[in-house]
Design a protein around this ligand. Structure first.
Ligand code: ADE
Length: 230
């Protein structure tokens, strides 16, 4: 039996193309989240749309782990860029994730520290990150690997972007990957994140213009991942 890969996206446009590509589908609802299990490129997969933000993302990852015991979880979708090295429609592969809005610095901790596990950064699985990089390159996307920053905020403001980039060395920002990473870390499940850039300096305007295409490219990348991994 092949490994089971879990895929989590925040929005329908980030998962529907994967569900369409699945065969042998079995749909179930847990915690009010629809999970679709089946095969992508003949390999076992379970796909779910978690909804936007860290709480929904964490609920989805934990529920997926308890109900399906995936061997790997991948979070895929779109993100905002925090660096001139990444433009709209480029791919950002996470080497590690951080939660930029986790902040107990008022009581002496470094910003970003997750109390309890005593970590600021959570490492992605190296092999998953390598395969995601290979996949995004293979579908023709310029690809940069680095730190992904998550928080419960659509980051549009230039100063806020600079703060996140400088404080955490992050290359892109979104709202779920850090939470999924934390859940995977606690449950000892290898994970990876691939995000296609939907917005840069144009923020909300860029997002409105490019999200759909960026989401399509994230789906292409994940499909390619299924083709190449074994
Ligand atoms: N997802 C896509 N773009 C984003 C941004 N700028 N901030 C947070 N999440 C995003």
């Amino acid at each position: 039996m092949s490994k089971l890969v879990g895929i989590i996206g925040a929005m329908d446009i980030e998962v529907d193309g994967l569900i369409d590509a699945m065969t042998d589908k079995d749909e179930r609802v847990y915690s009010n989240i629809r999970f679709v299990k089946g095969k992508i490129c003949g390999k076992d997969a379970v796909v779910a749309k978690c909804g936007i933000g860290k709480v929904f993302a964490a609920m989805c990852a934990q529920t997926m782990i308890l109900e399906y015991q995936p061997d790997i979880i991948i979070n895929s979708g779109v993100a905002g860029t925090l660096t001139t090295g990444l433009s709209v429609m480029d791919a950002a592969i996470a080497e590690k994730v951080v939660q930029h809005d986790m902040d107990t610095s008022a009581i002496g901790d470094p910003k970003g520290l997750i109390s309890g596990i005593n970590k600021i950064y959570i490492d992605c699985d190296k092999r998953v990150a390598e395969l995601l990089k290979e996949a995004s390159c293979a579908v023709g996307l310029k690809t940069v690997s680095g730190t992904l920053a998550s928080g419960d905020q659509f980051v549009a403001d230039k100063e806020k972007k600079q703060f996140i980039a400088l404080s955490f060395g992050a290359i892109d920002c979104e709202m779920e990957g850090g939470a999924i990473g934390q859940v995977c870390y606690v449950n000892n499940v290898p994970f990876g994140v691939v995000r296609i850039i939907s917005d840069g300096d144009g923020a909300g305007m860029d997002y409105a213009t490019f999200t759909k295409q960026a989401a399509e490219n994230s789906i292409k990348t994940v499909k390619k991942f299924f083709e190449i991994y074994n």
